[in-house]
Write a protein that binds this ligand. Sequence first.
Ligand code: DX5
Ligand code: ZN
Length: 225
Amino acid sequence: MTILISASILSADFSNLAREIHESEKAGIDWVHIDVMDGHFVPNLTMGPFIVKTCRQITQLPLDCHLMVDEPEKLINAFALAGASTITIHAENNPNVLQTLQAIKSAGCNAGISLKPETPASIAIPLLPFIDLVMVMTVNPGYSGQLFMPEMVAKIAQIRSLMDNNPNIKYLQVDGGINQETIRQVVKAGANCIVAATAIFEHPSGIIEGVVTLRQSANKTKNYG
Ligand code: DX5
Ligand code: ZN
């Protein structure tokens, strides 16, 4: 199974965004991950559709938008129009989650559901037939550079087994604290799409080395091929 790497620009140098995205692209990333935070659903405040549009001008790679916002249903069209390829919303505190997922599909994007660390896998079960991606968060959403929570590995394996009955789900994504060691644990548990910010954009030897290191670790790990 091919493991996709989605590079989170939350840790990129925004004064050189195009250069940083091009460098990660040259190193072989598969997707660009855009963390959208509204200062309510999570304490941090980050990027909106304008940045997605900017990324669309910089690269042809799929744009993987992770919405950590209240009322994501109000933003779907704006993100789709800006050039999003995948839109992932959170399962928590959202009475309109199913309709929102359907709106994402109608807008022509892949639809994803994300689970915070405290959210059990069972919350996703009724939504699984309608989505393309499940994201297991391995840190509390809000910031890059946090420590991986190893107790989430069991949840990844649980979602992987639920995917056997839902072949529409193409991606089991993991987000938070991924580095050359933790990537092995999550790939072994069944993840096939890995988000990384710090390990790529703040790698001490540079972006290319960051991507190559992750890729090599993933390749060395037995996965769900
Ligand atoms: C956190 C974001 C992540 C973050 C990952 O809420 O969803 O995508 O950028 O950063 P690292 O890879 O540094 O944990
Ligand atoms: Zn994210």
